[in-house]
Design a protein around this ligand. Structure first.
Ligand code: AMP
Length: 281
């Protein structure tokens, strides 16, 4: 596995690979890799000639009171895992390298953003969009792989690719879970032992929503209420949101029909966790 830290060097390498006619599968991450990330790599392997992974904890997508400084990092471990997963090229730039040029422009996401994580984390998706525009231009992937764990991100990236005419195919990948159902996340390390046990209630509440829908429940408010009760009864966490939208356009639904996204965010002492499921009704 090649490791490249310089943008210029990366662009040179990508140009070579492209002139050899190689297709590129891109997996952008913030590192501290887990099975979720490695599943994206696996999917990329299946579809593309070469897999490029980036590891970059992007300061622009963290708010002033969020966990940028204490976001878990372990590049040595990540290098080993990425190499074992047969990543061909690992792009690992510093913050200075990514943002050294003058900031003449500011990217603003204006649709699909004032809901879910976007409303709780102002500016987050502006930061995500900025870094992805840069990464897409640097890596020039044929395919880009994103986890459905971050469903709002998938919906926004889909619009980004279309509206800015990136010749990239977005490939959404299903959420990878622990045995008990908890969605894998780099932030799970911040759960206390008892919170880790309680955290199963998040996916349980989503499965409960699935059962209600299967049983004919069409009222989103009723589903939200039942999910809220389940989480409140089984965890010490504070609910950030439980929201239901059409997917991928993320519009409010008054009745459950078509493809709907049900998404949850809750806060434990030191960590905020998100999860979601989509249901096709
Ligand atoms: P992150 O490093 O958290 O920014 O995640 C990098 C990519 O991995 C994003 O596309 C995430 O949606 C995806 N991802 C994170 N956790 C999971 C998971 N449990 N299952 C599938 N994809 C995931």
């Amino acid at each position: 596995m090649e490791i490249i830290t310089s943008i210029q060097e990366m662009q040179k390498r990508i140009q070579q690979l492209k002139s050899d006619g190689k297709t590129i599968g891109f997996v952008p991450t913030m590192g501290f890799l887990h099975e979720g990330h490695l599943t994206l790599v696996e999917k990329a392997r299946e579809k593309a000639d070469l897999v490029v992974m980036s590891i970059f904890v992007n300061p622009l997508q963290f708010g002033p009171n969020e966990d940028f400084d204490r976001y878990p990092r372990d590049i040595e471990r990540d290098e080993k895992l990425a190499s074992e997963a047969n990543v061909d090229l690992l792009f690992y730039p510093t913050v200075d390298e990514m943002y050294k040029s003058k900031h003449t422009f500011k990217v603003t996401v204006q649709d699909k953003v004032n809901i879910l994580c976007g409303s709780k984390r102002p500016g987050h998706f502006d930061g995500v969009a900025t870094v992805l525009i840069k990464l897409f231009n640097i890596v020039q992937p044929t395919y880009a792989f994103f986890g459905m764990k971050d469903a709002q991100q998938v919906a926004i990236v889909s619009s980004l690719i279309t509206e800015f005419n990136f010749p990239i195919e977005l490939v959404p990948v299903e959420t990878v879970r622990e045995v008990d159902g908890l969605a894998k996340s780099s932030r799970n390390v911040y759960l206390t032992e008892s919170e880790r046990k309680e955290a199963v209630a998040i996916s349980q509440s989503l499965k409960l929503a699935g059962r209600l829908i299967q049983g004919g429940e069409e009222n989103p408010l009723e589903i939200q209420k039942r999910m809220e009760t389940h989480i409140m009864e089984h965890t010490s966490a504070e609910i950030d949101y439980i929201e239901i939208y059409s997917f991928p356009d993320l519009k409010t639904v008054t009745s459950i029909s078509g493809l709907v996204l049900i998404a949850v965010a809750i806060r434990f002492t030191n960590v905020r966790l998100i999860d979601n499921m989509t249901f096709d009704v």
